[in-house]
Design a protein around this ligand. Sequence first.
Ligand SMILES: Nc1ncnc2c1ncn2[C@@H]1O[C@H](COP(=O)(O)OP(=O)(O)O)[C@@H](O)[C@H]1O
Ligand SMILES: [Mg+2]
Length: 369
Amino acid sequence: MLRVKQFRNYPFLELAPSPGITVLYGPNGSGKTNLLEAMHLLSLGRSHRTPTDREMIAQGEMSAVIHGQTIRSDGKHDIEVRLFQQEKPQKKVLLYGKPAQRIADMMGHATVVMFSPEDIRIVRDGPAARRRFVDMQLSQIRPGYLQVLRTYLTVLENRNTLLKQDKLGMVSDFSAELDIWDEQLAAAAAPLVKNRRWFLDQLSKTAAEEYASIAENPGEPFALEYVGPLAKADDPIARMLDGLRRSRDEDRRRQHTTFGPHRDDIALMLYGRDLRAMGSQGQLRTAVLSMKLGEIRLIQDEMGEPPALLLDDVFSELDVKRRSALLRSTQGIQTLITCTDRQDAADARADQFLRVSEGADGAAKVEAE
Ligand SMILES: Nc1ncnc2c1ncn2[C@@H]1O[C@H](COP(=O)(O)OP(=O)(O)O)[C@@H](O)[C@H]1O
Ligand SMILES: [Mg+2]
């Protein structure tokens, strides 16, 4: 069950998607992606398309409410996110009606894997896009991960602040203070790297199997490789301390930390070569799709039940083979599919068709057939 208030172009909406496949169809700009975005927000604490939470509050309103209930093998889960235009914090999370201590606590109550045309940015954009992919997926599977990441980023920020203050001549015992941050940053980096390493090892296996089933040439060996200063370190803490010490002069000059897992990346390898450098468009698309399909299997394996699938406008871009690989993965899984034309999802064997439209007043409407 999904209920939203003053969310994007929905003044109010309550929706109970089928446990099977639901198709949401309607013209461009009517509010289809907005609904998937609301579900993504409930699962991962953030939108899949904007880092600015306030953007999701309906124009002219001061707050938005997004409330969802999911039924999982261990019972009913109840999650609510409230967004505020001016209050601090601008985002509040409630679990079973009670304020959550931390945003991280909401992880794992509802899991989703979203497929959208923007997925290609995982290969097209810089390392930050790939780190975001890893961090978001990992925090769903390992609810404690988000806290690990936040701790690292907080210490990193403190270290960077010290480097800036040093430049302004505000620090009396710079080396001693930096030593303290180095210790803390190394301690925070170790669990971060351990989690990412584990995740990429697992995802590499499942994604490779998916890739092999879609690829033009059967058996093309696809793999994900963790790239980063500590990616292969036996002792990440020692390696981190060493790296920080070596880059200290440069960090001091540049006033920020140049060494560490905040610069991690993933390499997408085919036949042992980096796909991003030499892959065709088709291979890159297959790689991204395989990573997402692999993610479904990984969530299923780790959490004992599959995620909900959100397929946003993806069919029009896929060829027959990729499309059928995607549809195969929806079997027995709660899935929401958006498309402009009802016909686009004809082969999805949907249980429910919902028509989305935007009224003259700009408010979105969802009607069952
Ligand atoms: N904060 C907001 N307040 C009101 N309307 C919004 C807001 N953000 C986006 N919209 C409206 O939502 C619509 C786009 O919705 P979207 O779900 O992306 O469309 P689509 O059906 O093409 O996926 C547009 O009409 C846009 O004006
Ligand atoms: Mg859309």
